[in-house]
Every structure is written in C-alpha cells, then in structure tokens.
Design a protein around this ligand. Structure first.
Ligand code: AHR
Length: 675
C-alpha cells in the first residue's frame, strides 16, 4: 500500500511507501549479505545515559539568499531603493522602469522621510491619460521582480505597503502581473487628493490573486502627468507562519526537524569581509521601514534586514528551539579592532542580550515590547564571533566579552571559537565551536573524534557537512558520511552538547555555498539526502542513549547506535536502532536487544534511506528520489536478523512495551526473526 505516513517514525511529510513486510517480500534471509555484524543493545531500564535536550538543532545563516528571498517572505527586493548605496544617482536594481524617456523620468533622491535610509525614488510622469503625450496602455512606472520572480498563488492575499508623496493628486495602479507585465493577477488603484499626498503618506493595499504564477512581479504605474516619490515598498503574503513573516513551506521543513536550538545569523555573515559590512543587530530592529539594510560582503548580496535580531529570536521561539546568538566580536575577515578599543562592541552585545531578555522597563527590553513581544525571549547561549580563533585580537577581545557577559548574565552559556577537542582551551568557556567540512569517508571516520576529548567544556559542533566532490549538490554519499559522524556524536553526547549541519538553505538562484540541506526557489523546495538523514536524529535530543556493542570486522563499514525515546503523540516508548552501512556490499546485521519483554515488540517499523546509486541526489524534478522509506515490521523480537543494503541508513523503531497489541507470531517470539 502507498500513502502519506506521519507516525510512528517522525512525522515525515514526504511520500513514503508503507508496506507490511510479508514473508516473501522482505525477510533478510531472502537477501544474500556479504558481511555479518552483531549488534547487542542493552535496553534494561538501568542502562543508558541521558542525551542533552539541545543535542540536535539548526544553524541559520544569511547565505545563498536563505533569509532575504527565502525564509523571510518579503517579495520585494530592495524595497527602500537603498541597495545602490547612499549616494545619488544610485542603482535601483532590480527595480526596472516601465516606459521610455518621452513618457517618464526616473531618478533617485536623498529625500526619504526615513533618515536612516534616505534614498527615495522619484518618478516624473510626462505623459497623461489623453492629449499630445498620451501614456501607453497600462501606464508607466516601475516594477520589481522580487527575488528571481515572485510566487503569486490564486486565492491568496498579498499586502502591499508603500510610502508615497506627490506634486498634485495621485492616481497610482498597483498590480501583480506575470514576468512580462501580463497577465494581470491582481490589481488596485490608489487615488488621493493633492493635499492627501503633499507630504509622505503610508498606503496599504490588499491584493487577492486571480491566478497562479511562480514568476510574477509587482508594478506601480500611472497614466497621470505629475511627480511621484516612492519609498519602502513591501509586498508580503498574508499567510506567513503564525503571521510572523516566515514562508510557511520552508518553515514546515524546519519544524519537521524538531530542532532544539537555532544558531543565527551566521557564519561569516556575522563577521563581514570588512567590519563596516558586518551584521550589526541594532540596525535590524524597530519598524522595518526605518531599517537601513546592509550589503553582506561575504556572500555578496544586499539585505533589507526585514529578518533582523527580533525576527531571529521569534523564529527560534516559533520552532521551539533555544536561540544561540552569534555576535561580531570586533573582528571581520579583513580587519579587526584591538582589545583596547573593543568595549563599544562589548556594549553592543550586552545591549543585544538586554533586547532579548531585559525587562520592559529597560531601554532595549522596551523596544522588544514595542515590537510586540513584552515577554523575554529565552536567550541562554551566545557565541563570541565565528571562526575567529587564532586571529590577533581574538583572545583579548573574547576575554572582555566573557567577563562582561558573565558579570551581567551569569547563567548565559558562552561559546568560544577555539577548538578544544585536541588540546585544552587556554581560556574560560562553557562551550567551544567545532567546524568540519570534509570528504564523506573522512567525516564517516570521525565517528570516533569525540571518544577521548575532555568532557568539559562542552563541544558545540556548530557546522558540519560533507563538501567537495563527494557531495555533488547533496548526494546520498554525503548524507551517509554525515550519519557516521552523527552516530559518534550521539554516542559521545556527554561531551558534545549541540550539533548542527551547515548551510541550512539555498535559493537555487544564488548557490554561493554547496551543498545545503534545503533547496528552494520562489515556489518549490526539496530536502537533500543530508536533510532527510537529519530527521533520523530528530527524536534523539532528550532521549536516552543505550549501551550497545557492535562486533564487526576491523574493516567494517557499519556503525550503529540505539536510543530509547518517548513518542509524545502516542505516549509510548520506542527503541530506535540506527545503523549506517557506508560500504558497497550488503551487511547482515544480527541484532540482540537485552532487557526487553519478548512479547512487547509489535507496532514496530523500519525506515531506510538509500538509492540505486550512491551519488544520487534530489532535485526539483525528482524531489523524492532519495528519501526515507518506511515499512511496518510484522516480525520483531529480541533477536533479529536484518540486512543493511549497500550505502544505506536504516532505523528500526521498536515499540518497547505494548500490553494491548498482540504480537503477530508472538507464540515463538523468543526465536530469531528476520526483519
Ligand atoms: O556554512 C558556510 C560557512 O562556512 C560559514 O559562514 C562559515 O562559518 C564557514 O566557514
């Protein structure tokens, strides 16, 4: 049988093949295996160690247009006309003029009503509705194509907001159209008297789309002679996640991961190539119209900063994830401030923490409240910079931040950029960053990396991924290398407290970094195998890692683990055994689970991530080529024989106790079963 399946695995939203494993179809002994391994799991109540609640989370960086033109649902690119810089005349890209110079003059002026983003657009409309210089059909003006086309969907409503000023009365047409200006998907006229628009006025229009077009644009046009100034033009779908501005389809992909933390907003994005272009949180809060925006000079694109410090904290809250704020520590890729002049940066970090969790009487807590969130955000972790360890001023600067933050907020966990996994840190820290981008076989072999590292301070694997040739644009091979590494993290979760893949998102029109977990364009999206592999770990945070012994040859390509976790939906306990076969031969895995009631294993399932070729990838055309496939297990017991296909990841979810369900074939459940 085929269908959608949400439980008992992990709420997958993909097409998943479900089949009862009937004897003739999938018993292990039907398949010949080249190697054998024995996995023994101790499932007695006394065995096992609690896994940190925060173990698996996500790292969101503004890279690859992940936020701007991605998770942040704003459709207009360069909404304040600031991306060309503060000088005039400036470049208004991607805004484009509709009409020629006989009908229209378009220029930029430093005349906005917003002092922090002073550029406004001026349109001198030379033509009129009739007379010697009649405007072309549809009028003249400007259009914005969004981020490689706007996704406009039939029946959905879009809120268009803008600021306008005019000499004389205003008759402006606001429309959503196809990429050539046709067809019209939604349209409205904004009409105002001369006195109504003699000074800057805010206008709001709701447009309901009559048709769907994934490559649309927003037009502002007129057929009336006169002068019009425009600024801060925004178009947002009404149906963002909880009305908080996040694109719902991308948000749902994140929710499926059940992330326990959100590291934000970078990455190199936090550092900047130069300090003047680094992410500075104070420029990203308050009314969106007043935010200056900035050019991220590492990933080379402009962002209006609609997705700012507040929105990142809101995102974490909406995901049920602990926010982990990475701030600039006075160091970029190319320049840095000395420790003797770092105090303004320290104050900026303290103010950013106050913004997140200060009382509404505090300066920055009051701004948070004014933005709609009087309750504090649950900010408990901050990272002092990104990948800056070893730079000349890092240690000196770090110690200033550490001292000031611990004095003001003793409970906040502070993350150092210096890797303490191979030698002890020479400075105080609660956590240290560990980043790894490498080949699939190297990452797989890092299953053992944390076996012998000190258990304190804790490790934060804040960026890991297989990159290069093995990764393609997100291959099965990459996911399997990462799976081996994650099983090692799970095993060593008394040393590693948190782990996140990187990067999370890529807009396929701006693939600055490859590979990425979730690929999207204006309207479509899919998870790479690395995304799906992470879902196998979505129940691990806060679970119990069980004692396991794997007996396999020294050259074995298999690693495995077992956890005990509680499914909050059915309130039942499951044992999840995960095994990755990183080799090209199938492996017969004999599984023995000690400490279980032999009659308690019904309601169990098996989920496999594999494909016909190890370099297989998903794509917009084939989004589900490499996705987990779930089958219900008819026979499960204390002793089971399974076959791990070549290059595969398998999880067995065994219901630990079930008094109400009669085990199929339970009469002989003490004997070995093939699963
Ligand atoms: O994840 C992409 C980049 O890789 C991050 O910005 C940086 O921290 C790392 O070098």
């Amino acid at each position: 049988m085929m269908g959608f399946r949400k439980d008992p695995f992990c709420g997958l939203l993909v097409y998943i093949c479900i089949g009862l494993c009937f004897a003739s179809q999938c018993f292990a002994d039907e398949v010949s295996a080249d190697q054998t391994a024995q996995l023994t799991v101790n499932a007695s109540d006394a065995a096992g160690r609690p896994i940190p609640e925060t173990l698996f989370g996500i790292f969101f960086e503004e890279i690859n247009h992940a936020g701007t033109g991605g998770l942040w649902a704003e459709l207009v690119s360069n909404r304040g006309f600031e991306a060309g810089g503060p000088n005039i005349p400036s470049n208004i890209d991607p805004w484009t003029i509709i009409g020629d110079e006989t009908h229209l003059n378009v220029s930029t002026e430093r005349s906005s009503c917003f002092s922090r983003n002073i550029i406004a657009l001026r349109m001198d409309v030379l033509c009129d509705a009739s007379g010697a210089n009649t405007c072309p059909d549809g009028g003249v003006g400007v259009y914005n194509p969004g981020f490689w086309g706007m996704n406009i969907e039939k029946g959905k409503t879009y809120k268009v907001l803008f600021y306008v000023k005019a000499l004389g009365s205003l008759n402006l047409t606001v429309s959503l159209t196809g990429s050539s200006g046709q067809p019209t998907l939604a349209i409205a006229n904004v009409i105002a008297s001369a006195s109504g628009v003699s000074d800057w006025s805010k206008m709001e229009v709701l447009l309901e789309a009559e048709d769907t077009n994934h490559n649309s644009r927003l037009q502002l046009t007129s057929t009336q002679e006169g002068t019009i100034w425009l600024d801060q033009v925004s178009a947002m779908p009404l149906d963002t996640y909880k009305g908080h501005g996040f694109r719902t389809d991308l948000m749902n992909m994140l929710l499926e991961m059940k992330p326990r933390f959100l590291r934000f907003p970078g990455g190199c994005f936090v550092e900047g190539e130069w300090l003047r272009n680094a992410f500075r949180w104070k420029e990203t809060v308050g009314p969106w119209e007043e935010r200056p925006g900035h050019f991220g000079d590492v990933w080379m694109y402009w962002t209006d900063d609609g997705l700012g410090h507040f929105e990142f904290l809101q995102l974490a809250e909406d995901l049920g994830a602990a926010p982990i704020w990475v701030f600039n520590n006075g160091i970029s890729h190319q320049d840095q401030v000395t420790t003797s002049s770092v105090l303004p940066f320290v104050q900026e970090a303290l103010d950013g923490i106050e913004f997140a969790r200060g009382s509404t009487d505090s300066k920055w807590g009051a701004l948070r409240a004014a933005m709609g969130h009087p309750e504090p955000f649950d900010l408990k972790y901050v990272a002092v910079g990104n990948e800056d360890c070893g730079k000349k001023n890092y240690l000196g600067n770090y110690l200033k931040f550490y001292g000031a933050i611990k004095a003001a907020y003793p409970d906040i966990g502070i993350i150092s950029n210096c890797d303490g996994s191979s030698k002890p840190l020479d400075h105080p820290a609660d956590f240290y960053d560990y980043h790894v981008y490498t080949s699939a076989s190297d990452l797989f072999s890092r299953y053992h990396t944390f076996d012998k590292t000190p258990r304190s301070p804790k490790v934060f694997v804040s960026e890991y991924a297989v990159t290069g040739k093995d990764a393609g644009r997100g291959s099965l091979l990459a996911a399997l290398g990462e799976a081996g590494f994650l099983l090692g993290i799970e095993k060593n979760s008394d040393a590693v407290s948190m782990a996140s893949y990187a990067p999370l998102f890529v807009n396929s029109n701006d693939r600055r970094w490859n590979p990425d977990a979730i690929v999207f364009n204006s309207s479509h999206l899919y998870g790479t195998p690395s995304y799906w592999m992470q879902l196998f770990f979505s129940e691990s945070s806060g679970a119990t890692v069980l004692d396991t012994t794997l007996e396999a040859g020294s050259s074995s390509s298999v690693v495995a683990s077992a956890i005990l976790w509680k499914n909050s939906k059915d309130n039942k306990e499951y044992i999840r055994i995960k095994a990755v076969n990183f080799g090209s031969s199938s492996v017969k895995l004999n599984i023995t689970v000690n400490g279980l009631d032999p009659n308690s294993l019904s309601g169990s399932s098996k989920t496999v991530l594999t494909s016909t070729k190890v370099m297989d990838e998903n794509s917009f055309g084939q989004p589900n080529k490499v996705v987990p496939v779930l089958s219900l297990l008819k026979a499960a017991g204390n002793d089971m024989d399974a076959v791990l296909s070549p290059y595969s990841f398998t999880s067995f979810d065994l219901l630990k106790k079930s008094s109400s369900i009669k085990v199929l074939g339970s009469d002989d459940s003490s004997s070995r079963s093939s699963i």
